[in-house]
Design a protein around this ligand. Structure first.
Ligand code: HEC
Ligand code: HEC
Length: 345
């Protein structure tokens, strides 16, 4: 009977659930915060105009899947292929001409000569080694209007995994009409020089792949204290002072959750911060304010042992997908480890 009801319920499901995903709705939900309505651009590069006529479906599909790690654009890994395809269709519907395909054949060039040309013609905008200038947030509104679009990073693994050599070559040759990105054909660049530039840019991918992979980290770090609860808390406070952290009033974990007289006084959060680091991080990512300042929670377990719980900054900041932020988180992590080590010595 139950199985019959389940089958019946399935049949009665609204047919919309079976229909193809709605690309426009998905775009609005996942992309428009950064790329704006109709791809006008915002935090993310514009997706409309002349350049869109030369985007391949494959480039847009892979860009959505790969994101631009360290450059704000997240990788969309949870969307189904059908959903990503629907978004691609929607973006492509803004074009005037049919989508293009770019050959996959790698370009053969001389990367050393490419590097020389890159320094001469491209570094001013795309930065040393193609890592772009700015903090990786796409658009800076504080700069003069002409520079509103921050030139994208060309050493970015998400970019390199999505773009074919032939299309990169085309983009360098023709520039991005309507933006500050110049066309090199106006400067009489030769075919060989174009190949050399592409070969140089492609090399960043090999360098990236040669880098050691970040190990899988747990989201919460747990440490044993050799001391009792009260001593552990006072050690931590002493160490915080010594390391020049500022700390905020203590908070019992259950404050606000249980009546005052029933609060477990053996679960205490110490909240503190290093303002110098904190300001640098919030400058890059204001949303971090939600999880900072740092805290260590000291808990006396049922068996009398005392444990320290700490959020893993490295994991928390990974969510924001920004290299500079991750470097600061690494620094903060080192600070925290020093704190734990001294307090539990
Ligand atoms: C949190 C902001 C953010 C979101 C969300 C986002 N993007 Fe991006 N996107 C960017 C930024 C920033 C860049 C430029 C990367 C750089 O600066 O190196 C970019 C680049 C791109 C590019 C390459 C543009 C070019 O000129 O080659 C495409 C295509 C793109 N995004 C499509 C999408 C689509 C489609 C979605 C939704 C599924 C999406 N993005 C969601 C920020 C975002
Ligand atoms: C005056 C600044 C400027 C110079 C010089 C410049 N670019 Fe760009 N470049 C940009 C901007 C801005 C964009 C993004 C434009 C847009 O899509 O809105 C861009 C886009 C690109 C892209 C596409 C990247 C992507 O994510 O879609 C490539 C590839 C590129 N440039 C390569 C080069 C190379 C190689 C040179 C040197 C031969 C060069 N550029 C010189 C400003 C510049």
């Amino acid at each position: 009977m139950n199985r019959f009801l389940a089958a019946l319920a399935l049949l009665l499901l609204p047919s919309a659930l079976w229909a193809a995903p709605d690309g426009e709705a998905l775009y609005t939900r996942h992309c428009s915060v950064c790329h704006n309505d109709n791809g006008m651009g915002g935090i993310g590069l514009p997706l409309n105009g002349e350049k869109l006529e030369h985007f391949s479906r494959d480039y847009v599909f892979k860009t959505i899947r790969n994101g631009r790690p360290g450059r704000v654009m997240p990788p969309f890994i949870k969307l189904s292929d059908a959903q990503v395809n629907a978004i691609v269709d929607h973006v492509m519907s803004w074009r005037k001409t049919p989508p293009q395909r770019w050959p996959e054949t790698p370009v053969q060039g001389n990367p050393q000569n490419g590097e020389r040309l890159f320094k001469e013609k491209c570094t001013a905008c795309h930065g040393e080694d193609g890592k772009s200038n700015g903090l990786g947030t796409g658009v800076t509104l504080s700069r003069e209007r002409k520079f509103k679009v921050v030139p994208p990073a060309l050493n970015n693994i998400g970019f390199l995994r999505s773009a074919t050599d032939s299309w990169i070559r085309y983009t360098i040759r023709n520039g991005r009409p309507g933006t500050i990105m110049p066309s090199q054909k106006d400067f009489g660049i030769s075919d060989q020089e174009l190949d050399d530039l592409v070969a140089y840019i492609r090399q960043f991918e090999k360098k990236h792949d040669a880098r050691p992979k970040p190990e899988q980290e747990p989201p919460t770090l747990v440490f044993d204290s050799p001391y009792d609860f009260v001593t552990t808390v006072s050690n931590l406070k002493e160490t915080l002072k010594g390391l020049n952290f500022r700390y905020f009033p203590d908070r019992y974990m259950e404050m606000g959750l249980a009546p005052d007289d029933q609060i477990n006084k053996k679960q205490l959060s110490l909240r503190f911060c290093n303002f110098n680091l904190l300001y640098k991080m919030i400058n890059i990512e204001p949303r971090l304010g939600v999880i900072l300042p740092c805290r260590v929670t000291v808990v006396e377990e049922d068996d009398g042992s005392v444990k320290l719980y700490l959020m893993n900054m490295k994991v928390a900041t990974q969510l924001f997908n920004n290299d500079q932020l991750s470097a600061l988180a690494e620094e903060m992590h080192e600070n925290l480890m020093e704190l734990i080590e001294e307090a539990t010595l």
